[in-house]
Design a binder for this molecule. Structure first.
Ligand code: TA6
Length: 282
């Protein structure tokens, strides 16, 4: 039985379902160019999707892997997290091979983006599932005649059984901007990050792979091209302020995001840039 890709509607939005012969699967929404679900071969779901996520286009879908571009968070004058997480993307490529399934979704400027950010661009997200891996590649091309600069992130919502029992390893010694504490700069000194309250950190210059331990399962997280890693959990009070999250939703999610946040990436006309995040079930 070969790998396959099927078109379907997920929450009313067009999506693609990827499956491989060894039982890996993923769902990718064309709205937002967003991976919503990923189960590695022989494993269980690794992405958190809020049961109260909205699919009516009125906001970004809460969960999975939203794409933040051309602005991460509130680092500029554009809407929070940019312009593409709540827009329809199109399918640029879909392909199945020996044990893998691949889709590439793309989005470009339109009148609405041009009105607030007058740049010509193409952004592409490629998602590949194979065995225990999900490989994501985010590519940005400057298709206009003038340079532009951007920040970006793959805002990956990981599903955890109980966030206080999860351990994120690999950030020791790195400096981070603590957005939950007045943006002060802190050096991480713990051998593992354990979330026990509101956490919103931008770790700078992370080159090592990370390891997330969640009960009896673990996930390797590898990043290339994106210089920063964002770790976010809203905790109880901020979670209660999010209309598309259940009250206890924060207990079952931990965002570990591949980001270019500290420094903007500059692209001349005709140039492109690419960043990757891989999730590897161990
Ligand atoms: O990546 C972390 C962050 O920027 C947090 O500050 C938090 O607000 C989160 O993203 C979610 O943002 P959203 O606009 O999706 O509610």
């Amino acid at each position: 039985m070969p790998a396959r890709i099927d078109s379907l509607h997920f929450g009313g939005q067009p999506a693609l379902a990827l499956t491989t012969p060894d039982g890996a699967s993923a769902v990718v929404s064309l709205f937002g160019g967003q991976v919503l679900s990923w189960t590695p071969a022989g494993g269980s779901e690794w992405l958190y999707l809020s049961p109260q996520a909205r699919f009516d286009g009125s906001s970004a879908i809460r969960g999975g892997i939203p794409v933040c571009f051309p602005q991460f968070a509130g680092l500029g004058r554009l809407p929070k997290h940019g312009l593409v997480r709540n827009r329809p993307w199109s399918v640029a490529e879909q392909r199945c091979g020996d044990g893998y399934a691949l889709v590439t979704l793309a989005v470009s400027e339109d009148d609405a983006s041009y009105a607030v950010w007058p740049q010509n661009f193409t952004a592409e997200l490629t998602a590949v599932i194979e065995g225990g891996r999900l490989d994501l590649e985010f590519e940005v091309a400057n298709t206009g005649h003038a340079p532009f600069a951007f920040t970006a992130a793959l805002h990956t919502y990981l599903r955890v059984r109980e966030v206080e029992n999860a351990r994120l390893e690999g950030l020791y010694g790195h400096e981070y901007r603590d957005a939950a504490n007045g943006d002060r700069i802190v050096r991480d000194s713990g051998d593992a990050l354990i979330v026990e309250g509101e956490t919103d950190r931008v770790y700078h210059g992370v080159e090592r792979p990370l390891l997330l331990r969640d009960g009896n399962r673990s996930l390797g997280i590898q990043v290339e091209g994106f210089p920063d890693v964002v770790v976010w959990n809203p905790w109880e009070q901020r979670c209660a302020e999010l209309p598309d999250m259940p009250a206890n939703g924060f207990r079952h999610m931990l965002c570990v995001e591949a980001a270019a946040a500290r420094q903007r990436i500059e692209l001349d006309a005709g140039e492109d840039w690419c960043g990757r995040q891989s999730l590897i079930a161990l």
